[in-house]
Design a protein around this ligand. Structure first.
Ligand SMILES: [Fe+2]
Length: 245
C-alpha cells in the first residue's frame, strides 16, 4: 500500500512531538503493510506556518533517522494545504511541495475547513487549473456540510477535483456519518485514494490495512488495489523517483 496523507514528520504540526515517536509511527506503518509513504504536514497560515523551507529540512532529518533505524519504507514529502487566500502567494512563490502528478498536472492536497465547503473554492479550483494544478480534496467525508449534503462535492469533482478518503472513515472509526458519506462517494465512483491521515499511535495510527479489508469486502479486490496502490502509485511515482529513498 502507498499512504499519500499523514503527519509523521515530528514537531512540525499536530503529529508526533519527538523523533522517537515518529520512528514508532513509521514502524507501525511498515507492520501495517504500507510500503511507500508521502509525509504531508499541515500548511495552515497562523496555525502551522509551514512551507517547503520548514518541511524539507525536517523531512531530511526523518529520512536519515529512519535509515539508521533500518525501517524498510520508502519516504517522500509533500504537504496538506489549508484552503486560504495565502495559497495563491505560496503557489506563485513555489513554496508548496506538490503531491505528485495526475494526468500531467501537478497536484495539491487541499484541506477544507471542517464545518463547511468554503465560499470561493470553485473559483480557486479555476485559478489553479489555469496554472495546470489539480486539487486532491483531503477527507471530504469528514466535512460537516458534506456529511449532510454529499452531493455538494459534485461541482468540485466536475471542475477536476480528485478525492482522498481517510482510512478511519471507511472502517467507521470516525463515526457512522463519516462512514456513510465515504461509502456514498465510493458508490458514485468518484474516489481515487484512501490514505491514513495518521497523527499518533493511539487515536489516529498509521493504518490502512483494516480499511483495505473493508474496501475488499464492499467492492472486491480490484477496487481495493486501485485505491491503495494503483492510483496512489500513478500520483506519486515522480516523487519516489526524485527522493530515491
Ligand atoms: Fe491531515
Amino acid at each position: 500500500m502507498i499512504d499519500i496523507h499523514n503527519h509523521i514528520i515530528p514537531a512540525i504540526d499536530d503529529g508526533p512531538a519527538t523523533m522517537a515517536q515518529a520512528l514508532d509511527l513509521l514502524k507501525m506503518a511498515e507492520q501495517d503493510g504500507i510500503q511507500r509513504l508521502v509525509c504531508t504536514p499541515h500548511m495552515h497560515p497562523g496555525r502551522y506556518d509551514n512551507d517547503v523551507r520548514t518541511i524539507s529540512p525536517a523531512f531530511n532529518a526523518l529520512i536519515e533517522k529512519a535509515m539508521d533505524s533500518g525501517i524498510n519504507i520508502q519516504l517522500a514529502m509533500a504537504a496538506e494545504v489549508r484552503f486560504s487566500d495565502e495559497m495563491m502567494i505560496q503557489l506563485n512563490s513555489n513554496r508548496i511541495p506538490m503531491l505528485g502528478q495526475w494526468q500531467g498536472q501537478s497536484c495539491i492536497l487541499l484541506e477544507m475547513p471542517h464545518q463547511r465547503i468554503p465560499i470561493g473554492i470553485d473559483s480557486m479550483l479555476g485559478w489553479l487549473a489555469r496554472r495546470d494544478v489539480r486539487v486532491i480534496i483531503a477527507h471530504p467525508e469528514r466535512n460537516k456540510e458534506v456529511m449532510i449534503h454529499p452531493e455538494r462535492i459534485f461541482p468540485l469533482v466536475e471542475r477536476g477535483a480528485l478525492l482522498q478518503l481517510t482510512a478511519g472513515s471507511v472502517t467507521g472509526a470516525f463515526g457512522e456519518h463519516a462512514q456513510s458519506a465515504a461509502r456514498w462517494f465510493l458508490d458514485k465512483e468518484i474516489v481515487q485514494f484512501v490514505a491514513s491521515d495518521a497523527h499518533n499511535s493511539k487515536r489516529r495510527p498509521p493504518s490502512m490495512k483494516a480499511a483495505s479489508l473493508v474496501l475488499k469486502d464492499w467492492y472486491g479486490q480490484e477496487m481495493q488495489h486501485q485505491l491503495t496502490w494503483v492510483n496512489p502509485n500513478h500520483l506519486t511515482e515522480s516523487l519516489f523517483l526524485q527522493s530515491g529513498s
